[in-house]
Design a protein around this ligand. Structure first.
Ligand SMILES: [Zn+2]
Length: 465
């Protein structure tokens, strides 16, 4: 074991060592006695192979940029920066805590253009990985440690395939449309009766918007589970489908919630099919469930019941979590979730907390580890289709670059493609559908990339499904 002595009482140091151990696949821990291999502090005379200098905290102006692999050959030179404060800067979002209230969108999401990641040019670089790789190369040079890395043998990156199930019903499904209209009208009138006129009006407005969208869309197909599973299976891949259990016409639902009934027989058949293919059913946590762990737990067990299998993982619909997210991330463990995948930028690819690797988040407000593994999501359908000129080929090219950058940083991250966009079943979403198939081709052709469902990725990093 690499023994680390620290002149710091901050419990984050031990937490960061756990992350380093997992990323480098080297056992690293705090030293019990006086002797150490790595010393974290500012006593230049302390005996050690590597001294990591200590500062209070980084600011945006001095937080280390991509450090590369430059190595100072002088034996006595300390590590070039305070590794622990640098990792903490990104993982606890220190660079984005001063963002003005008005800069978050209506779903409490930070836009990429207001982020420290964007200002520092590291939006699509998992910079925490870069810090950890640099430290790994110091362990190799100074201590002769073999740094194998936590990825499967021979791989430079690992990708989790995942699908949010938001609008899986074909737009031309008249039975479904009638039920939906009935339910939404009932919701609007019950709101009106309870004196909630504004809610009633916005319910009617979304009904109107929705009906307009469905008219003339008879041949559009959104129910593409079978096709998506087939395409993935052709490459030997598994994936995770996140289903929502709360609808927009439930009393405690939000108008942003989904409009399908997860407990219908046709969904039961889909759950069975997903399991039969070795893929996974996860929970798409509803819009308002961030309010309590009990709500998330109720949704998780409802989906377990309906799908007749254990549900271990989640993603929040609209990435809608508490702001900052620490409270909601902590609720995941209380709700029985072993992993979550909700750390992402919405409108752009990249690394919302600077890391492209499964990690246990750190709650800086309470100074403790959050026990549900987080698999960062680095790209989604919408984030590669921001421009009206985007098509399957431009999305493929952009994805190839993102993947290369992830491989350079020995990274692990999730792709999020909605079910209706994961296969060209609808004219409106055809290019996104083709893009997903292109991405599957890119992944299948690259022997340096491992691909799996979210639970397969989680179990690679010690969280059993
Ligand atoms: Zn969603």
């Amino acid at each position: 074991m690499i023994r680390v002595a620290a002149d710091s009482e901050d419990p984050f140091v031990g937490h960061a060592l756990e992350l380093l151990s997992s990323f480098l696949a080297v056992e690293i821990g705090l030293a019990a006695g006086g002797e150490c291999d790595v010393y974290y502090g500012n006593d230049a005379d302390r005996a050690c192979a590597i001294r990591v200098p200590r500062i209070a905290a980084f600011q945006e102006r001095d937080v280390p940029r991509t450090p590369g692999v430059a190595y100072d050959a002088k034996r006595e030179a300390p590590f070039p920066f305070d590794l622990f404060s640098a990792v903490r800067y990104w993982l606890t979002d220190e660079g984005n805590t001063a963002v003005a209230e008005s800069r978050f969108d209506r779903h409490d999401r930070l836009g990429i253009s207001d982020s420290a990641q964007d200002r520092l040019g590291v939006q699509t670089t998992p910079i925490v990985n870069a810090y950890m790789m640099l430290f790994g190369s110091w362990l190799e040079s100074r201590l002769g440690t073999t740094v194998a890395g936590g990825l499967p043998a021979g791989k430079k990156a690992m990708i989790a395939l995942s699908h949010d199930v938001d609008e899986p019903i074909d737009p031309g499904d008249t039975k479904h449309n009638r039920r939906f209209q009935r339910e939404l009208l009932a919701r609007a009138s019950s709101m009106a009766l309870r004196g909630k006129l504004r809610d009633s009006v916005s319910t009617l407005r979304s009904l109107h918007k929705w009906s307009a969208k469905r008219r003339g869309a008879k041949s559009e197909r959104h129910w593409l589970f079978e096709e998506v599973l087939d395409c993935e299976q052709n490459h030997g891949f598994h994936s995770t489908f996140f289903f929502a259990v709360k609808t927009l016409y439930d009393r405690d639902g939000s108008l942003y919630d989904v409009a399908y009934d997860f407990d219908e027989p046709r969904f039961h058949a889909v759950y069975r099919e997903i399991a039969a293919r070795g893929s996974e059913v996860g929970l798409h946590i509803s819009y308002n469930a961030r309010e309590s762990a009990a709500r998330i737990e109720a949704e998780r067990s409802a989906l377990e019941q309906a799908s007749a299998r254990a549900v271990h993982g989640s993603r929040h619909h609209f990435w809608h979590m508490s702001r900052p997210a620490w409270r909601t991330l902590t609720d995941h463990g209380r709700a029985g979730l072993r992993y979550d995948t909700s750390i992402a930028f919405n409108e752009a690819p990249g690394y919302r907390l600077g890391i492209g690797f499964p990690f246990f988040p750190w709650d800086p407000e309470n100074g403790r580890k959050i026990p549900t593994l987080q698999i960062p999501t680095f790209v989604m359908d919408g984030s590669l289709f921001q421009s009206p000129q985007s098509d399957a080929q431009s999305a493929r090219a952009e994805f190839v670059e993102l993947l290369e950058e992830l491989k350079r940083h020995r990274g692990v991250a999730a792709i999020d493609w909605h079910v209706r966009t994961s296969y060209p079943g609808s004219r409106e979403l055809e290019q996104m559908g083709r893009a997903y198939l292109e991405i599957l081709e890119v992944l299948a052709a690259d022997s340096e990339v491992a691909v799996g469902s979210c639970s397969e990725v989680a179990s690679q990093f010690g969280v059993a499904g």
